[in-house]
Design a protein. Sequence first.
Length: 327
Amino acid sequence: MMKRLSLALALLLGVSTAALATTPIPINPDAAGPDPVILVGSLGWNNGFSIAVNTISGGGFVPTGTIITTFGQGALANFNNSSGNAIGGLTLNSAYEWTYVLGLPEIVISSTGTSATFGSTGGGFFEIFYDTSMDSSVLNGTGFTDGQLILAGTFLPFDAGSGIGVSSFTASSGSAGALDQFGENNYPGVNTVSGVGSFNLLAAITFFDPAFFPTGPSLISITANGFTNLPFLQQNPSSCYTAVPGANAPVTSAVGPNTGTGATSPCLINTVGAINGISGPNVAFETRATSAFNVSPSVPEPASLALLGIGLAGVAAFARRRREGSR
């Protein structure tokens, strides 16, 4: 039988609807440019790329209690109204682009033979950039942070009781063939397991540019309204990813040498191995997300914050017991 492997993407921070209600906010898409101020219900991101770092060890998933880090990057497809429909009449992606990068530390909460759950430890970074050069390339993993920083935040820690910051990924058995099945296979030497997953993230906003955000939001969610999937079917894997906030160039290799057309990335070290999800140490994912905002300064609700403290205390106790038991 083919080997079944538990994987997980650790892009987190879910929150229950009882604890958080999103709010449409005014956004000036190009600041001083010709596009008007619009009321935005959500940001609809294009299919992008994410990678969970140091998740595979010895051909299997790292143990429960291990701290890992997930990075991601993507570009904006549409500004959506409160009904979730794209707002037309803008010059997005013809005169300018919006891009995001994120980095999130997480803890492995549980793992079975075919699935795993994770929780955010808090911190990390989420950043949005505005750029008139429109040079972002998921394939090459470049151009996501060379614009103007217009929003930044840090992720909140998870709470298992309320569902804040808990995510999961379920893998199927063995290899599903080529990692890159979107058009030309740019990584002919790299295969992958198949799998599906979803995630919800919530970040506290620490900076925003009022030229783009006239009404400053306090929270931004990053949710996988679509998927976190393998193999890559609607987007290319990135040969590099941005591993530090505000960096203007990729600094860490993701998939490895890109032998396809238009590859200019200097990153040459393969970190997902011959079979993504088995060979390790990193696992790459195709990701699609939507972001929404909250302008209330008192979210989550007090009950959720209490649960959050209980959840963190439980994780700390678990990690402490695990360390003591290994002595």
